[in-house]
Design a protein. Structure first.
Length: 449
């Protein structure tokens, strides 16, 4: 029973993921692209309006070329009328084939032997199939050609290349373009705030930085053309570039990119055409990253991070009972960081907390001063799988103790306050109950934490 139940849970989780990937993601991807391009002051209203416009775009125009303003009742009557027309058309086709309504409805099947009835059902199915194809052909001939700029709505899906024995995926080697130490530092500083690159390990970040190729562009030079396939993304080191989108037949500037900004990444991330054109407003020095490096390192790093962290979180008692989808959502939200040097301070007693931590590798110690001016005492050791920093986020109170590394290198997963409240809010009672562990000092201690 346990194995069956486990298989059922896994199957349900897979169905959820499939639905999200095939139905939800395409809409969200197009929506996020629109929001990032427009950067509205009121994102909620913009997204609602966008969704309404996309829904309207999926409907056909009326005879006058304008959208119909009919009510729901009128729409229902229109549908009913169309159904009646289809029924009449079906009757005409049946008469042409020499089949009566009674036979088509199966009224005579009961008076025939079982074998004949089965044969009739098979014949009927074939005839109806042919009729449907004929109807489809005739109806398709009546449809007018769509306008050149027809809005088809958001992309329905994004597919990736399949690999198997017939198509082996070759090992990827990123290109290397030499840079000065100053250039490397500037590129890394620009990439760190980007959510796309936050999941990269240190060695992967180094590989990506070395793969950037320097490009010089003159003023008024068009670097990206709207509608083209995306083959690279850019980082601005010097200069200003403007993003133009065709709106109502005119080029409209929807965004201005300055030093440190990244552009062109959306086409690579979502595997879709360029959403806007980018023109240099002045002479620019750009850093160009190719699609292959982005796909194999940046996108793959995100997938690897999700898988690795999900497996690790399953071993943490606090998260052992959450479902697979919630586990992956949490893994996507966690940021991995490595702290070097024994005795390095991670959090300070008395400061307001803004992050929650889980130990992945190494060990940390909690140090607490129970009286102002007192030398802090060790009250707890945090080992692999342990977590800390949650109390300050739950109670909105200052940190109750300092936490420092006790091994030469410590790898941590962290989550900011907003994400912690969103994902772990329902677990607040459990976290408060588990806080009793801080009240038992380690051997040799005589105070509580």
């Amino acid at each position: 029973m346990s194995a069956d139940r486990s298989q059922s849970v896994n199957r349900s989780a897979q169905e959820h993921l499939t639905y999200i990937q095939e139905k939800v993601n395409p809409v969200l991807e197009a929506l996020v692209t629109a929001v990032l391009l427009e950067r509205p002051d009121d994102p909620s209203f913009f997204m609602l309006r966008w969704l309404c416009e996309q829904t309207k775009a999926l409907d056909g125009p009326d005879q006058g070329g304008q959208r119909s303003g009919s009510s729901t009742a009128e729409e229902i009557e229109t549908v009913r009328a169309e159904i009646e027309k289809l029924k009449e058309r079906k009757s005409e086709l049946l008469e042409l084939l020499g089949v009566s309504e009674e036979v088509s409805g199966g009224a005579e099947s009961s008076s025939k032997p079982a074998g004949d009835a089965k044969s009739d059902r098979s014949t009927k199915a074939n005839e109806e199939s042919e009729e449907e194809e004929d109807e489809d052909d005739e109806e398709m001939e009546d449809f007018p050609e769509p306008p050149k700029n027809f809005n088809r709505g958001p992309r329905q899906s994004v597919s990736a290349e399949a690999y198997g024995q017939w198509n082996q995926k070759a090992a990827f080697v990123a290109p290397v373009h030499e840079k000065t130490a100053e250039q490397k530092a500037r590129i890394e500083k620009c990439l760190e705030p980007s959510f796309l690159f936050q999941g990269l390990e240190k060695k992967d970040m180094t590989t990506v930085i070395m793969a950037f190729k320097e490009k010089h562009a003159e003023a008024a030079e068009k670097v990206i053309q709207e509608g083209d396939d995306g083959e690279c993304m850019f980082l601005i080191e010097e200069g200003v570039a403007e993003c133009f989108k065709v709106i109502n037949g005119e080029d409209k500037c929807v965004k201005t990119c300055t030093v440190g900004d990244v552009f062109g990444e959306l086409a690579l991330l979502y595997n879709c055409p360029r959403a806007a054109s980018v023109v240099c407003k002045e002479k620019c020095t750009l850093w160009e990253l190719d699609r292959a490096t982005f796909t194999n390192i940046v996108k793959d790093a995100a997938a690897t991070k999700r898988s690795t962290l999900s497996e690790f979180l399953k071993k943490v008692p606090l998260f052992s009972n959450i479902d697979q989808y919630e586990m992956m959502t949490m893994a996507d939200a966690l940021k991995v960081e490595t702290i070097e040097g024994e005795g390095t301070t991670i959090i300070n007693q008395g400061e307001m907390g803004d992050r929650f931590f889980v130990v992945v590798e190494g060990e940390c110690v909690a140090m607490k001063a129970f009286v102002e001016g007192q030398t802090p005492q060790q009250v707890m050791t945090h080992k692999v799988g342990d977590y800390f920093g949650e109390l300050s986020l739950i109670s909105n109170a200052p940190r109750a103790a300092s936490v420092k590394t006790s091994t030469p290198e410590v790898k941590l997963m962290s989550m900011d306050r907003k994400t912690f409240k969103r994902l772990l809010g329902p677990m607040t009672d459990i976290l408060k109950r588990e806080a009793v562990r801080y009240e038992t000092p380690e051997p040799g201690g005589d105070e509580t934490f």
